[in-house]
Design a protein around this ligand. Structure first.
Ligand code: ARG
Ligand code: ZN
Length: 856
């Protein structure tokens, strides 16, 4: 059932042009496809087309009906076809009953498509693989009143009306593309328009389609799009290529968004925002996802993947690009911290589980399962390491060569690395192992200082332990940024390249032992082991030149203190006094009050999911308790400081600007702590009533939830009433309930699922209740009687039949039983076994559940 990367064979046929005609109607949408098929090379293989659940009405070769063909549930085979011919295929589909949200589906009021990775085969028979590139013409027919907008990729070339109230529009995309980039949308929308003038002087029409009545919430997305277009011109010399760029927001979407050529389709959550209904974080995410999809136009569309094992070629690179963009739009350090949190919290967890895979996987059952934090975010870290090793200019030269060589092609990760290598005349053969090797390397470091000679020696060792998918590991090429701090001197920074299993770095000329900050800027996606002294960590946290290192040292102190409170223990003895010293130092730090956002990060404890990845055993109850107690301690010890900053950072009005965002961030962090003091209930209620923006309203609700304040339920019902008709906003409310650490949480979940705005077919709703509970309710999900696990499994049994992609995402926490104590691990495996026993389990769930159960 699994496909293997090394089995790649070029396609037997190419399809040079596609002429699609889609007549939208329920329950029968007719799809007529005319393909120009060309044999690739000299061979006698039959033509095999992919197709899933497709009733075939007719099929013609060069206008003659074909009667001899072989059909299976997933393919159509034609023997003895000519070397070059026109193939016509008529199929019928029912988008309204397509609950998988893959292929062509109908949401409440629109039709739309999602073809990546292999959704096109649910629309029509095709050679559904990314190395078959074709020129598309698409004609869409639908009722004019209900579906005034009929959209597809490229340029609109013709349109007309029919007598029966229907109309049609024809589109042509001049750029050859794989079918996963095909898109079609039909519906009635509010349309926002704008223009962008490219560096070469072309005027691009920008169109944003949103639900009726939501136009005012689309402005930020359009502004973000213009910023992205400009940034890509300035930083990478990449200009947009069509004359029109369309973005459509839909309410039913499995993922974040999709980069279809000239016609992005977005989850409305990543488009719609205004100050009343969206948080600063939503504004940030919109800007970042809009940029991500826009950047795909070059890294993904102009140059695409040869096969799906190469997914990181476009995703890792595009995530890196969107991270660089976000860093330029706001604070580089705070963005870096955000990226690192994703790796430490989710990617390390994936590597520690049965789903461990290299950023370029070798074996896949269901491709949708590989849109992972490893492929995306670790993939971006690998690109970032190249950037670190080559420098911005060297990296840019590599990108230039990559486009020069491969524009218009479907290529591999090796091709990308070759371009980087050739443009810079460097040998990246060892570096390339990052693409093939899974797992989180451990870099273990020891220091020695010779008083007599002034020599300081660091001994590095890399440990690449076996993972679920791979026993043998090799040494990687690991860039490690270091900073040496000496009293009374300016710290010095350097880049060390660890390539061997053990390697030493010797520095001389010190008059005293320096303090070293290792892995500055998180220069490699590794775990670091180093016996820092508490004093060294305090020094780095308060004095390092590198904002990231300061934050990281503080996090280390918090983490070690917390693990010390659990049976996992800690080798360094961090005391509560040390924590107090750290926080005192942070508050007294002069630099901090100019950077509220970094201050807020420095004062935030690592979350429990991140803490779990730092130890081999996850003591969920003890860790959670220790974390809560430490927050209370900090809150009560430093209440005066928090209160002072809380009032200093007050502001009126709302604008999404860095200054305002950062102030709201520190202020809500202060509130989070103050909620745990005796003025908590009063302060939180006041902020909630006074707030006219979602960031501060939600900040109050979160503070109330985390401190289990009496006002929580009251504020939550006020919020619910206010937003009763706005499911996108209610998702925040659903999520807050689902993550509440209350004793009767399962009864609460039942209530949420029967809420009138809950919809089992909408992935955003399902994620906000079920996903949030599984990922972010440690005490409820890990209840020792196994009730949390059972709740999730029961839900997944139902969800899997409707939407396997979403089900397979939500099973993740259940599949990560490895770090739990024996009792919990058994209970988790019991639920996984129940899932596996389900008849007709999807490939998606099957792959994750079976792997997880066979993990030793
Ligand atoms: N390429 C899209 C993006 O990263 C994601 C598409 C995911 N689709 C899927 N079926 N998993 O922007
Ligand atoms: Zn992407």
């Amino acid at each position: 059932q699994a496909k293997r990367r090394l089995d790649y064979q070029p396609p037997h046929f190419f399809i040079s042009t596609v002429d699609l005609s889609v007549k939208l109607e329920d329950p029968k949408t007719q799809v007529k496809s005319q393909l120009k098929v060309i044999r690739n090379g000299e061979h006698r293989h039959p033509l095999v087309l992919d197709g899933e659940e497709l009733p075939l009405i007719d099929i013609k070769i060069n206008a003659n009906s074909v009667t001899r063909y072989e059909q299976t549930p997933t393919s159509l085979t034609l023997e003895n076809v000519p070397d070059e011919f026109y193939l016509e295929i008529y199929t019928e589909i029912d988008p309204a009953s397509n609950s998988s949200l893959e292929g062509l589906y109908k949401t409440e009021n629109a039709y739309c498509t999602q073809c990546e990775a292999e959704g096109f085969r649910k629309i029509t028979y095709f050679i559904d693989r990314p190395d078959v590139l074709s020129e598309y013409s698409v004609t869409i027919y639908a009722d004019q009143k209900a579906y005034p907008y009929l959209l597809s990729n490229g340029n609109k070339v013709d349109s007309g009306k029919l007598e029966d109230g229907r109309h049609w529009v024809k589109w042509h995309d001049p750029f050859k593309k794989p079918c996963y980039l095909f898109a079609l949308v039909a519906g009635d929308f509010d349309l926002l328009e704008d223009h962008f003038k490219t560096v070469s002087g072309r005027k691009i029409l920008l169109q944003l389609f949103v639900d009726k009545g939501k136009a005012k919430r689309g402005k930020h997305a359009l502004t973000s799009l213009k910023k992205s277009m400009q940034w890509d011109e300035e930083v990478f010399d990449l200009e947009y290529d069509l004359d029109i760029y369309m973005v459509v927001a839909v309410d039913f979407f499995n993922m974040g968004a999709m980069e279809n050529k000239g016609l992005n389709v977005f989850n409305s959550k990543f488009v719609l925002a205004d100050s009343e209904s969206a948080t600063d974080e939503d504004f940030f995410n919109i800007e970042s996802v809009i940029a991500h999809e826009y950047f795909h136009n070059w890294t993904g569309n102009r140059v695409t993947c040869r096969d799906w094992f190469q997914l990181s070629l476009k995703e890792g690179l595009t995530v890196f690009r969107d991270q660089q963009f976000s860093a330029d739009m706001s604070s580089r350090v705070v963005n870096r911290i955000k990226n690192v949190k994703v790796i430490r919290e989710h990617q390390f967890a994936e590597d520690a589980s049965a789903m461990s895979h290299p950023i370029r996987p070798d074996e896949v059952i269901e491709m949708n399962n590989f849109y992972t934090v490893t492929v995306y975010d670790k993939g971006a870290e690998v690109i970032r390491m190249l950037h670190t090793l080559l420098g911005q200019q060297g990296f840019k030269n590599g990108i230039d060569l990559y486009f020069k060589r491969h524009d218009g092609q479907a290529v591999t990760c090796d091709d990308f690395v070759s371009a980087m290598q050739d443009a810079n005349q460097v040998d990246l053969s060892q570096f390339k192992l990052w693409y093939s090797q899974s797992g989180t390397p451990v870099v273990s470091v020891k220091e020695r200082f010779d008083d007599a000679t002034g020599e300081y020696i660091l001994e590095f060792q890399q440990i690449n332990a076996p993972t679920a998918d791979q026993q043998q590991k090799q040494n990687l090429h690991i860039p490690i940024r270091l900073e040496f701090m000496c009293n009374g001197e300016k710290p010095s920074a350097e880049l060390f390249e660890l390539k061997q299993g053990s390697q030493t770095l010797t520095k001389s000329g010190f008059t005293e032992k320096p303090t070293v900050a290792l892995l500055a800027d998180f220069s490699a996606p590794v775990k670091l082991e180093f016996d820092y002294t508490v004093d060294a960590l305090l020094k780095i946290a308060l004095q390092s030149q590198d904002g990231f290192s300061r934050w990281d040292a503080g996090q280390k102190l918090f983490s070690e203190y917390l693990h010390g409170k659990t049976p996992a223990g800690s080798t360094f003895k961090v005391s509560l006094r040390d924590i107090d010293n750290l926080i005192n130092g942070i508050f007294n730090d002069k630099q901090a009050d100019t950077d509220w956002a970094l201050l807020a990060e420095m004062l935030t404890l690592p979350n429990i999911e991140t803490l779990a990845q730092q130890v081999s055993r996850y003591y969920v109850v003890e860790l959670n308790k220790a974390r809560k107690e430490l927050e209370s301690h900090i809150a009560n010890t430093f209440s005066a400081n928090f209160l002072l900053i809380y009032s200093e950072s007050a502001q009126s009005g709302y604008k999404y600007t860095a200054t305002q965002v950062n102030k709201r961030k520190i202020r809500n962090l202060c509130l989070h702590y103050l909620a745990k003091t005796d003025i908590g209930d009063k302060l939180v209620s006041e902020q909630f009533s006074a707030s006219s923006n979602m960031t501060d309203s939600l900040g109050a609700l979160k503070a109330a939830q985390s401190a289990l304040l009496p006002c929580f339920e009251r504020l939550m019902s006020e919020f619910e009433q206010k937003w009763a008709d706005d499911p996108l906003v209610l998702d925040k409310w659903f999520a807050l309930h689902a993550s509440s650490e209350i004793p009767d949480i399962l009864a609460r979940l039942d209530l949420l699922l029967s809420h009138k705005q809950f919809n089992h077919d909408n992935p955003n709703r399902v994620r906000s209740v079920i996903g949030t509970f599984a990922f972010y309710n440690p005490t409820g999900f890990h209840a020792i009687d196994g009730s949390g696990y059972k709740y999730i499994a029961d839900y997944l049994l139902k969800l899997d039949a409707r939407n396997p992609q979403v089900a397979a995402r939500i099973v993740t926490p259940l599949s990560q039983w490895k770090k739990m104590d024996e009792a919990r691990a058994e209970l988790m495996k019991h639920q996984l076994t129940r899932l596996l026993a389900q008849p007709n389990l999807s490939k998606d769930l099957y792959e994750k559940v079976s792997k997880s159960l066979s993990y030793q």
